[in-house]
Design a binder for this molecule. Sequence first.
Ligand code: SF4
Length: 316
Amino acid sequence: MLLLNMEITNGHRSAEQQKMVTVIKELKRQRNALILVHNYQDPAMYEIADLIGDSLGLAKAAVNTSAEVIVMCGVRFMAEMVKILNPEKIVILPTMEAGCSLADMATAARLREVKHQHPDAAVVSYVNTSAEIKAFSDVCCTSANAVQVVNSLPQDKVIFLPDRNLGSYVQSKTRKRIILWDGYCFVHDKLDAETLQMMKRRYPGAKVIAHPEAKQELLALTDYVSGTGGMARFAKEDLSENFIIVTECGMTDLLRHEVPEKNFLSFCNVCPYMKSNSLSLVARSLATLRHEITLPEEIIVGAKRALDRMMAIAVK
Ligand code: SF4
């Protein structure tokens, strides 16, 4: 999690962006709003951010704010998570185009069927799921704590959803039986091991940091596997100068901005959902309070229970 209190200094901001930033800052003041920006967002969003970070870190950070309105510059499941942990606040997603095809691959109807086939299995859902799926789960997990969460459960069998690559990674680290869900993030899943091999040959000595939503054969070629929060920590603390960053392209932009003394090479794809946010949409969302996230009470209660269980396990 990065607490942001500095200006962008690269001088590449256009006059139009500059004007929009000024408008957003004034609207933010009038609305008593907090703006959360996910690590994958475009660098143009950094300057309006109160916080930049990963999805869970942002949702948790919002709990202690006195802001009345929270704008989530990320995707819908992230905004839902902010709402689940901050139900009394007005939570806004600037555009409804910011969905997530991975989250959409897990439906409650299918989960009921799988649970019926494996009644003795625990249901562990990655935070990249809808609020409805979280409410149906025994516990949630992030890419950083998935192994710890699974190992902490009394059940020997675990239905793990929705990402098959993260599930396979967990299976490689646990003795429990993981029932994989056939979901994937296309941004990570299409990154291939052969191209990474070529990059490693071209840049010998560069440390490879990858997101666990990538395939197993690719992860086997890396030095460190983590979600975006852990990636940022590793890049800052490791003594290497050169890194290959394997995830959505915005992560490399952020690391270049945050750690300018090191070199970050990118092996990445762009997520169109993440990049559907923009400064003008944030300005519109603050002016109109669209699109407000609303969730049924029972979904908030059930999803919060699964998130709270995860947090209780992950801090032990
Ligand atoms: S990067 Fe993948 S998991 Fe993240 S929002 Fe985009 S499609 Fe969903």
